[in-house]
Design a protein around this ligand. Sequence first.
Ligand code: NAD
Length: 363
Amino acid sequence: MHIGCPKEIKPQEFRVGLTPNAAREAIAHGHKVTVETQGGVGAGFSDEDYIEAGAAIAGTAAEIFAAADMIVKVKEPQAVERKMLREGQLLFTYLHLAPDPEQTKDLLASGCTAIAYETVTDAQGGLPLLAPMSEVAGRLAPQVGSWTLQKANGGRGVLMGGVPGVGPAKVVVIGGGVVGTHAARVAAGMGADVTVFDRSLSRMRYLDDVFSRDFKTMYASAGNTIEMVREADMVIGAVLIPGAAAPKLISRAQLSEMKQGAVIVDVAIDQGGCFETSKATTHQDPIYDVDGIMHYCVANMPGAVARTSTIALGNATMPFMLALADKGWRQACEDDAHLLNGLNVHAGQLTYFAVGKALGMDV
Ligand code: NAD
């Protein structure tokens, strides 16, 4: 199969769909790989790295879309890319079609077969191609939050780990899933006093079993949560209700009860955020102040560490990419029901129920 990887064109997207290592593996399986020139540069991979792996370099995305049987990307295809997709071509990338009727219409019109990273599942009921980005965002949250806590950046001027004789920062993490667990581990590793709130007792049992030396857990009742948020130097929002907007757990009125200069890192901003005062920001201008509380609400946090994110995503996508290339999408999906769950569009038909429901379209 001919696998093509164009350079990402969505603003501020520095990741790339194929690492040189993934290209090397695909080539070892007998496939041909073409990468757009400078496609990996944002993630620290040069054209020479791909050439050394055995890939070809194309001058333009158009050449790749014209020649490849499968397009491997990171972000959903932009309008100009969607025009280049063709009937029978396989697209393997993040799509997030539910809130995006324009993209959905274009994919249906193209006749392509589109497999979305975000709906591929695993045997544990997880989302294996979303999890690496949650791990990255979770680990990054205390890192950006601690920088924001510094006085010159508008924060309270509190050091995460304190020093001998001075207590550590108090960090509250709301939501103890993938993001929350990774955030709590890093915050605890920096020496902070960390409490994780969740509503799932089984999840809290697991966290307590594994991490009780690193952080505490608390049931996320409204009363418990606001009591701890009042005391916190940093609050990390990491809740997810699958298929729904994030619940607003802290209102603007409650913000005034927080300490001046406290920091909110709302990782759940990509689902609307879990603070009433959250609004999506960008890496260019990530922080804003509401009533003396500093908010960091970047919707694509993994983009800040494009190299780590690219490699982590590549590790997760590679077995699926190889199965698709080796067997063709039909056989690969027949052999693996979890990969089949990724199928969102085929030959002008929407094939993913939740997307059809969200968009009011036939599936
Ligand atoms: P997850 O499903 O692994 O974890 C979510 C947790 O929230 C679960 O443990 C659930 O029990 C808990 N929860 C649900 N409602 C709650 C409530 N009312 N109070 C307390 N806990 C509650 O999800 P995840 O992968 O950790 O993702 C968390 C959020 O981070 C999602 O919104 C995801 O889209 C977002 N995210 C954002 C970025 C970014 O760049 N901003 C990157 C990755 C993930």
